[in-house]
Design a protein around this ligand. Structure first.
Ligand code: GLU
Length: 261
């Protein structure tokens, strides 16, 4: 069995589907559960950085648009609105438990450039020192097509590396990595522990006809690969029950555990 031990700093990544209703409006109940658990974990002495998606969806909801814009400018404009709302909600909720949050909007350019990466790392360290919780998203407003991470899975692994996290917890809308497509095969089983991220796993995650894969399992595997290669244990788990984060930190088996190299 693979478990976490002696964890001092973690990254929690939460996706749009775990935070919003299909209307694009914030799923208050879900967000509250997540904020409650993270607040409690921080109270216990573990540092947490939260990588959150949802800016675009929340922007669509707040503006009352019928669908997500397809143009870059449209998506960017929607993100400007949604990111404000997202942070406003987080700020209000974390404040209830006496926590402050700090907003980090990151682009690939910031991480690739040595000087800005160093500044970023210093800002993270100071934020932790001040007892604040870093809340990170890609800077969708300026991250134009050619230079985007594009998905927060990969971004969360980059952040985990930047801040030297002990573990990366990716919260998603299924229970973990399955050996087959769980939507098509009733015998699909969760793979509890992954020691090696092989080509075969990518095939399972993105194989033909596996809708669940193309929807985002590939980027989760990429993230797990980046993080584990940097010595960071990675857990893929269902975001519907954020309380499971306690179990993970207490050394129980939840979801899929990708063992650090
Ligand atoms: N940065 C995007 C947003 O906040 C989400 C990217 C993703 O879903 O991974 O809307």
């Amino acid at each position: 069995m693979a478990v976490l031990n002696d964890v001092k700093r973690i990254v929690v990544k939460v996706g749009t589907s775990s935070l919003t209703h299909s209307t694009g409006k914030v799923n208050i109940r879900q967000m509250k559960k997540l904020v409650t658990v993270i607040s409690d974990i921080v109270n216990s002495g573990i540092e947490v950085a939260l990588v959150t998606s949802g800016a675009i969806a929340v922007g669509v909801g707040k503006l009352g648009l019928k669908e997500r814009p397809t143009t870059t400018a449209g998506k960017q404009a929607v993100a400007t609105v949604g990111q404000c709302e997202l942070m406003f909600m987080y700020d209000k909720m974390f404040d209830e438990y006496g926590h402050t949050i700090g907003q980090f909007l990151i682009t690939k350019r910031d991480v690739d450039n040595d000087e800005s990466r160093e500044n970023l790392v210093n800002a993270f360290e100071k934020t932790f020192e001040f007892g604040s919780i870093p809340v990170i998203n890609e800077n969708d407003v300026v991250a134009i097509e050619e230079i985007v991470y594009g998905d927060n899975d990969n971004l969360s692994a980059i952040v985990a590396k930047l801040i030297n996290a002990d573990a990366l917890l990716i919260l998603t809308d299924i229970d973990g990595l399955y050996d087959k497509n769980p939507k098509e095969d009733e015998y699909a089983r969760i793979i509890p522990v992954v020691e090696e991220i092989t080509f075969g796993l990518y095939e399972i995650a993105g194989g033909k006809g596996s809708k669940f894969g193309t929807g985002g399992m590939i980027t989760k595997l990429q993230a797990a690969q980046t993080a584990t290669e940097a010595g960071i244990d990675t857990i893929l788990m269902n975001g519907a029950e954020p309380e499971n984060i306690y179990k993970v930190l207490e050394g129980h088996q939840v979801g899929t555990f990708f063992v650090a190299k």
